[in-house]
Ligand binder design. Structure first.
Ligand code: CDP
Length: 234
């Protein structure tokens, strides 16, 4: 993107969105034949598919927990998902996102109901234009619910950010590259419990409050979309 390209003009963003608007969303449950549960989520030009397997016996056995199950997440950015082909295979970034996704999703699952078991969540980003960890998590949460895993509630994620000194919701690629802050969160929109919060960039407390307020409202809208997708499968 050219350095001098304006990201905000009269309160409108490059794709015509207002400051508090999410990108267009699409959600579907039960998209894969061979998984125990699956989900698809799209926000603008970022889309992900997730598959859940389990609960099933965890191998190797020495990793098993006698009192509770574990949840394992894999996040993968497909080589064809980005403009310059991404080198296949796990990167440090992918491993880190897998780990934070595990934390974000496992707090909502009743893992104590599955001693010695694992629930595996595979999240594949098939098109990337910023916000991939959030979109992957949204697909992953749909897949968990689709698999019938008992949960306290659905986890919903979206990012807020700052562009041209202005807090905005849900950055797209050019905004992410040319912007100042990216702040993804994941939460249970019913209970208000935040299960992931990360931030890139510099900000202050006032802006942080504004971004969090935008992101929380965004997660509530994501939750509605996820629920609609799940309701269609009944
Ligand atoms: O995707 P997310 O915002 O969760 O994470 P990020 O690390 O901040 O990446 C921002 C964006 O950079 C991604 O959504 C992709 O569009 C892009 N990216 C890329 O093109 N190639 C990579 N290897 C990693 C990220």
């Amino acid at each position: 993107m050219k350095k001098d390209k304006k990201l905000l003009k009269n309160g409108k963003r490059i794709d015509g969105r207002g400051i508090g608007d999410l990108r267009e969303m699409e959600a579907e449950a039960g998209v894969l034949e061979r998984a125990d549960g699956s989900g698809y989520f799209r926000m603008g030009d970022t889309e992900a598919i997730a598959a859940v397997f389990g609960p099933r016996e965890l191998h190797p056995k020495h990793k098993q927990k006698p009192q509770r199950g574990i949840l394992q997440c894999r996040y993968n950015l497909a080589p064809f998902s980005v403009e310059d082909r991404k080198r296949p295979g796990p990167s440090r970034r992918a491993k880190e996102i897998g780990k934070v996704a595990e934390g974000a999703l496992s707090s909502t699952v009743f893992l104590e109901e599955f001693p010695t078991a694992t629930i595996d969540v595979y999240m594949e980003v098939i098109t990337a234009d910023a916000g991939t960890r959030c979109v992957a998590l949204n697909a992953g949460a749909i897949a968990l619910a689709d698999a019938g895993i008992p949960m306290k509630g659905i986890i919903s994620a979206c990012a807020a950010g700052k562009i041209e000194d202005t807090p905005v919701l849900d950055l797209k690629g050019e905004e992410d590259q040319g912007g100042q802050v990216d702040l993804p969160i994941a939460m249970n929109a019913d209970t208000g419990e935040v299960t992931l919060l990360q931030m890139d960039g510099m900000t202050n407390i006032e802006e942080m409050d504004e971004m969090l307020e935008l992101a929380i409202k965004g997660c509530e809208k994501v939750a509605k979309k996820q629920r609609e997708a799940l309701m269609k499968t009944f």
